[in-house]
Design a protein around this ligand. Sequence first.
Ligand code: GLU
Length: 499
Amino acid sequence: MISKTQPARVRFAPSPTGRTHLGSGRTALYNYLLARQTGGQFILRIEDTDRKRYVDGAEEELMEGLRWLGLSWDEGPDVGGPRGPYRQTERKEMYQKYARELIESDHAYYCFCTQRDDTLSAPEQHQQHRELCPTRDLPIAEADARIAAGETHVIRFKMPRGGSITVTDAIRGNIIVENSTLDDYVLVKSDGLPVYHLAVVIDDHLMEITHAIRTSEWLPTFPLHGHIYNAFGWEQPIWIHPSIFLKPDGKGKMSKRDTEALLAEGKSIFLGDFEKMGYLPEAVVNWAALIGWSFDDKTEFFILEDLIEKFSVEKLNPSPAAINFSKLDHFNGLHIRALSIDDLAERLRPFFERAGYTVDNAKKLHQVAEVLQIRLANLAEAPEKGGFFFKDEIHPEPESLIGKKLSANESLEMARHIQTLIQSLPDFSEDTANQPLRHLATKLGYKAGHVFSFLRNALTAQQVSPPVFETMTIIGREKVLERISNAIATLEEIARTSP
Ligand code: GLU
């Protein structure tokens, strides 16, 4: 059981190698929850030692994504902190010092096999490397002389030839691995920068990390990390490896191609895309938290504060879960409905503005938010569903103003009666307007549907809209009458040509 009272020092340690996806957001979230729940610290560490894969701007996008989700960090490259620097390239000297310690304690060696790649080798190669590397047991002084002469080299871990290692994951328990299956992994590359495996151990130790939540993709090299800890004689943090996401059909890991296919369908797994797509950060947090974690069988609505209270490592699911976008829509709907109207109004504003509407009337925006609240699956739908509220002029399809099975002349006559009635109404609330409009329909021999369909089309130029009474109230008397007379003019035009 992980204690809720011992302050946890946790870190989110992304590599700025591309866009920030939901998986990273979820890892950050779980770490954040543990820190906040225990009154500990949440640290942001940028793991940028892989210069080949480094992407400019990725770090900024990452921070923006975390801020958008509402996950604030206590220490990090931008805010500093007592265990910095928090960008690994700025810690190069530290790694070199510790790598040298491993060499001196015979846990690592300088390797000059430059024909070999710096990356992890295949199992049969590493056996070969372990058995055949000519400098594996070179005296340090000789290796130093070759380095001083400018020879290219890497530093490799000296994996024990026999025996096994046990590492412990809080979700999966003990994992025992035979050393013969492990590599003489590269720890420091020929550019002098450490690989992740070395840097993560040194940084987690120096930053006094107590719990490390990272994706299950690191399970295969987890035993190596255990070995490096043992070589230094350091205590390990509690390791927690939530499982990766699978693609929506559950068949395998999401590839770059799948991600692109999703984008083509208008869906995305990148944190930076959710906002423009009309998703609330609250919904994304709720959705992400529940991919791989659950509180109980029933509760599904969580805000960040609930999650801080309820999150527990014990309830993380070790099996991978498929990503489900309809769930995201579902949560988005729930969270939209949970917002206060003022809050929703302010979140809708940029969507209307980006769609070209001038939103200078705060009262109207508030009313629109109120009427749209139960009708939106996401905020991006707002201009399509409610843009007509902000338009100066609308242009209904002329045909839409003609009632079902009515002629143009009949529709025109009905419209004139509606106009007269509307003019006489003191307000457009349902209480005031519903009965008179229905009564009018019956009196003239039309269906109520004819009357309301005319009003809907005349006032909104849409087939589907919020309820007519609320719509009229928001549009206001002057515009309602203007739109009705425009519709009448259109009907007159039609009636002239084809009565
Ligand atoms: N830089 C690693 C990654 O982006 C971090 C893994 C970890 O949290 O230790 O996957």
